[in-house]
Write a protein that binds this ligand. Structure first.
Ligand code: AHR
Length: 492
């Protein structure tokens, strides 16, 4: 029997809604086909954006979307993607499958997408192969409302009013595909580029510096030492790649050991946040600078028969557990982590949506974001749960991961993951300082490799969960194996 104490009086940081953000790159079938089909497509669309996909994204309240990459960002020249579509330059997408990029989805289309979804844009500029002038002009094009060459160009392309763009990334993975730079060199480049990213009118940029590759703590140290005063956030990229780059596992057809290995590697996120935050604390005690985990999620072999450069993989309950555990970790680090972007939103890596022609499937990972949307902008509460070890000797993990928050209406929302594949967990809990009147719940639960297909799109789905007993401040709940339970407690 696990014990669970929530101290409702001990309110911690606000959980930034942007922790539930997503990432879209010009990679495989993410943008083209997955989101944008063009306005002459037979697939129902508004201004070229798939209606089914946009509606699904609105349902989980996607707060922020990162674009155009990824590695693609550092070879993207934004002027190729504006103006009449017939005149737009065609290029080779050298990173991702060597396919032709016709630039029919560019700045205007991305801003239209964000407006249809109701999310904030997060634009990643090109530091690796672009110029300071090019990046500076993109900001001017997007956000300047007066008379200037870029504002005139925007108007001539049909957008009279400047947009509001807050989140702006200065390069991507500049330690790798974004230029193979040393942290000292990137820190100087970051300082130079960001100087020319201006705040026009009421638009105030939130400048995001490229952060570390996983456990490269030296990168964080150097960036903080040399450029902290010029940034609002520092990113972190960490993928769960069980088996490693050279021996990636399949997304389907894995055994229990592979499941536990995957979750164990995902949980490493906790150590990463702890150590990077600790370094940042040395330079920024007030935690002014956020950590943005703008690429995270699982990375497996591509589905057999698909283009290896398209990174198309299926998505199972294993991925849902990975997402559930990770999002609980992000919530717990809400004092530093203020945005995260799962890679990637449609048809790529740990996608929440898969498409095939006009068909669309919501993956188990999608349903996790549906369960966790209750935490957006809520206040994290202090909580403690007793945990036991599960899994095998090599891949031993903890069985229970949770986080709990209080929303604007004073309701307490809890998300509990039971990572144990075989045993349900009975939890005796207490909401100290909160008398319970009513509890509502939902659950995502299935076998570790259960997944949705175009033939059977609702194999894994959310169900109502009503297995909670309560009196006063106390409650008791039995969480099924390999499941995520979300509970809403309404007070007297
Ligand atoms: O998400 C796929 C790729 O992974 C991104 O383009 C890159 O930033 C990372 O290495």
């Amino acid at each position: 029997m696990a014990k669970y104490i929530v101290n409702v009086q001990n309110k911690k940081s606000k959980i930034d809604k942007n922790i539930y953000g997503h990432f879209s790159e010009h990679l495989g079938r993410c943008i083209y086909e997955g989101i944008y089909v063009g306005d002459d497509s037979s697939i129902p669309n508004v201004k070229g954006m798939r209606i089914d996909v946009v509606e699904a994204l609105k349902n989980i309240k996607v707060p922020v979307l990162r674009w155009p990459g990824g590695c693609f960002a550092d070879e993207y020249h934004w002027k190729d993607g504006i103006g009449p579509k017939g005149n737009r330059k065609k290029m080779v997408n050298t990173h991702w499958g060597g396919v032709v990029e016709d630039n029919s989805f560019g700045t205007h289309e991305f801003m239209e997408l964000c407006s249809q979804v109701g999310c904030e844009p997060y634009i990643n500029g090109n530091l690796g192969s672009g110029t300071v002038q090019e990046m500076s002009e993109w900001v001017e094009y997007l956000t300047f409302d007066g008379i200037s060459p870029m504002a005139e160009l925007r108007k001539s392309n049909g957008q009279e009013k400047a947009w509001q763009v807050k989140y702006f990334g200065v390069g991507n993975e500049n330690w790798g595909c974004g230029g193979n730079m040393r942290p000292e060199y990137y820190a100087d480049e970051y300082r130079r580029y960001q100087t020319y990213l201006r705040n026009y009118g009421s638009n105030k940029l939130y400048k995001i510096a490229c952060g570390a590759n996983g456990s490269d703590y030296n990168w964080t140290e150097v960036l903080m030492e040399r450029a902290a005063q010029y940034m609002d956030a520092l990113t972190l990229h960490y993928y769960t790649i069980p088996g490693g780059w050279d021996h990636k596992m399949p997304a389907l057809g894995f055994d229990e050991a592979a499941y536990y290995q995957t979750i164990k590697e995902a949980v490493f996120m906790e150590e990463l946040l702890d150590k990077h935050s600790h370094i940042m604390d040395q330079y920024d005690k007030e935690k002014r600078i956020a950590v943005i985990v703008d690429e995270w999620g699982s990375w497996y072999q591509v589905e057999p028969g698909t283009n290896p450069g398209f990174l198309y993989q299926q998505n199972t309950m294993r991925d849902a557990m990975l997402a559930g555990v990770t999002l609980n970790i992000f919530n717990k680090y809400a004092d530093r982590v203020r945005m995260a972007n799962l890679a990637q939103i449609v048809n790529v890596l740990q996608a929440i949506i898969l498409t095939e022609g006009e068909k669309m499937v919501l993956t188990p990972s999608y349903h996790v974001f549906d369960l966790y949307k209750v935490h957006q902008e809520a206040i994290l509460l202090e909580s403690f749960i007793s945990q036991e070890d599960v899994g095998s000797n090599n891949y031993s993990i903890k069985d229970l991961y949770e986080s709990v928050s209080m929303d604007d209406a004073g309701q307490v929302n809890m998300t509990i993951c039971n990572t144990d594949l075989n045993e349900a967990k009975t939890i005796e809990g207490m909401l100290q300082g909160f008398e319970i009147k009513e509890v509502k719940g939902r659950v995502l639960s299935d076998k570790m490799d259960a997944h949705n297909t175009f033939e059977e799109p609702n194999k894994v789905k959310l169900e109502v969960f009503d297995g909670v007993n309560f009196t006063g401040e106390d409650f008791k709940v039995k969480v099924p194996p390999c499941s995520i339970v979300q509970l809403t407690f309404i007070g007297v």
